[in-house]
Design a protein around this ligand. Structure first.
Ligand code: ADE
Length: 264
């Protein structure tokens, strides 16, 4: 799929092409990233893209015309009726469900604002959707655009290595992740849960599923109530709650309880 980004800082957005999963997805042509700078669509000597706000107040506002000429150029090379998404704190809150819906499409255009924002008439005339990545204010939409691109890139088939994708396909959908451990198997008296050393993949999957449920119930009960649980999951969670405290730690103190104990 392709993502075009309208931004005053194209190099900032393009930097994700150099790293990790996004870099690999672009290299493998699973994702095509293209940036467009409204400054290249100005007509004055100063290449100005912003002006003072009507009504007064601090900061500057991005003007309609450079953005409009820019989006026209983008539309000329895009599919008809391409979706244009403006990143702003006023937008719909981004989540994995929304990303998954869009990840299978042909592509879309992201508009990253700077300064106090964009002249509202550009939003009315050219923007189809507004997305927010959270209830806080960034200095511009670039980081938000990069968040969207990263999350979309890893959903492209083939973007993640074999090992990385397994977890996504599992029952963990809509839950927080389970805890991860690597060598050594003990640090400062903290042992890796015994079950993970058992080689018994059914038990390991059960433990991970239970941990994901437990963590979600403790840290993000809102996610769990929206998602719902199967009967089997309800039983797993009840068992988790019996042996863990409110922070998700084992309740029995002074004894390094292992997952073996937990299943006995
Ligand atoms: N631009 C500035 N803040 C933002 C946010 N929280 N989400 C998306 N775009 C933004």
């Amino acid at each position: 799929m392709w993502v075009d980004v309208i931004t005053l800082f194209p190099q900032m957005v393009e930097s994700i092409a150099a790293y990790g999963v996004t870099g690999r997805a672009i290299e493998k042509d699973l994702l095509t990233l293209k940036t467009w700078n409204p400054r290249d669509f100005t007509t004055d000597n100063y290449q100005s893209v912003d002006d003072r706000p009507y009504g007064g107040g601090p900061g500057m506002v991005m003007q309609v015309e450079p953005l409009r000429r820019c989006i026209r150029a983008v539309r000329e090379q895009a599919v008809p009726h391409v979706k244009v998404i403006y990143l702003s704190p006023q937008g719909k809150r981004l989540d994995q469900t929304l990303l998954r819906q869009r990840a299978g499409g042909e592509g879309f255009v992201l508009v990253a604002g700077r300064y106090e924002g964009i002249d509202e008439r550009f939003v009315e005339l050219e923007i189809d959707e507004e997305w927010s990545i959270g209830d806080y204010v960034l200095s511009g939409g670039e980081l938000a655009a990069m968040v969207v691109i990263d999350a979309i890139a890893r959903l492209q088939p083939g973007a993640l290595g074999h090992g990385e994708s397994a977890q996504q396909d599992s029952f963990m959908d809509g839950l927080l992740d389970y805890p991860h451990y690597t060598r050594p198997d003990e640090i400062d008296g903290l042992a890796v849960p015994q079950v993970l050393l058992s080689g018994d993949h059914a038990r390991i999957n059960r433990w991970r599923h239970q941990q994901a449920l437990g963590r979600t119930a403790i840290r993000r009960p809102d996610l769990l109530s929206n998602r719902g649980m199967t009967e089997h999951e309800r039983a797993l969670l009840e068992e988790f709650m019996r042996v863990h405290d409110k922070q998700g730690r084992f309740q029995i103190c002074g004894h390094l309880m292992t997952e073996e104990d937990n299943h006995e």
